[in-house]
Design a protein around this ligand. Structure first.
Ligand code: CO8
Length: 261
């Protein structure tokens, strides 16, 4: 399928989506988000794909919601459309994906762009990345998870400062504060993210899905509930052929052959 606002590639068992509205610094128009949702749905349904990478350009992951498109919206339009969480819209698809998705972020990652990166499972940042929630400077506020996910990622003090002032933080500060897993040179970003995704895609699919689910439960449960969920998921790996193969291969000193069973 071809798309107007994104570029889609496959690299072995890895799906790659590049946000592609260069003239608007990849601002997240409704058309772009719809394209993204369709591409993610297709990767989710494709058994040959084990992990997805979402990236932008060297200049911008995404500079936020498309302000030109949004400027004339009224309260009732957004409320009735349940923007941006409506079923079938790309944001919902991103939130509910079971396969892991890595955000590979270079350049501006602002507003809805930062929210989109944070909705991925982890962020690898290029050394030129700049993160922020500048919505307040436009007279609005984060609306796709910025006040919630940023706070969980970097803690109240920094999240509050960034959301209240619109200040941008560079890659080093983002790594120090736990927003990104690591920083790589911008020239290596996509290759590095693809390599990381390929590592994940080679592992046992059911176990990968369970790990993602279990880590996410940490954000919506008490510690006791989370530990209970994790132990049930851990027990369940003992019902897979892959767990048996993984441990047998270790003992036999050979690489495992996972069958996703
Ligand atoms: N929307 C629409 N167009 C944009 C956006 C945007 N968010 N960001 C940049 N552009 C356009 C510019 O208008 C410009 O277009 P043109 O060449 O036609 O004038 C082009 O991209 C290049 O931008 P600049 O000339 O401004 O480039 P600079 O390098 O000087 O500045 C900045 C780069 C600092 C990133 C600057 O463009 C900027 O401040 N952009 C806006 C950032 C922002 O405020 N983002 C938050 C948007 S609101 C939001 O995200 C709400 C989220 C709610 C839920 C999510 C739903 C999707």
């Amino acid at each position: 399928m071809s798309y107007e606002n994104i570029l889609v590639e496959t690299h072995g068992a890895v799906g790659l989506v590049r946000l592609n509205r260069p003239k608007a610094l990849n601002a997240l128009s409704n058309g772009l988000v719809q394209d993204l949702g369709k591409a993610l749905d297709a990767f989710e349904a494709d058994d040959a794909i084990g992990c997805v990478v979402l990236t932008g350009s060297d200049r911008a992951f995404a500079a936020g919601a498309d302000i030109t498109e949004m400027k004339d919206a009224g309260y009732i339009d957004l409320f009735l459309a349940d923007f941006p969480h409506a079923p079938g819209f790309g944001w919902r698809t991103l939130y509910t994906m079971r396969k892991p998705i890595i955000a590979a972020v270079a350049g501006f990652c602002l507003g809805g762009g930062c929210e989109m990166a944070m909705a991925c499972d982890f962020i690898i940042a290029a050394d030129n990345a700049k993160f922020g929630q500048p919505e307040i400077t436009l007279g609005t506020m984060p609306g796709a998870g910025g006040t919630q996910r940023l706070t969980r990622a970097v803690g109240k003090s920094k999240a509050m400062e960034l959301c209240l002032t619109g200040r941008l933080m560079d890659a080093a500060e983002a790594e120090r504060s736990g927003l990104v897993s690591r920083i790589v040179p911008v020239a290596d970003l996509v290759e590095d993210a693809l390599k990381t995704a390929a590592t994940i895609a080679k592992l046992s699919r059911p176990v990968v899905l369970s790990v993602k689910e279990s880590v996410n439960v940490a954000f919506s449960s008490t510690l006791q509930e989370g530990l209970r969920f994790e132990s049930r998921a851990f027990h369940a790996t003992f019902a897979t052929e892959d767990r048996k193969e993984g441990m047998t291969a270790f003992v036999e000193k050979r690489p495992p052959q996972f069958k996703n069973r």
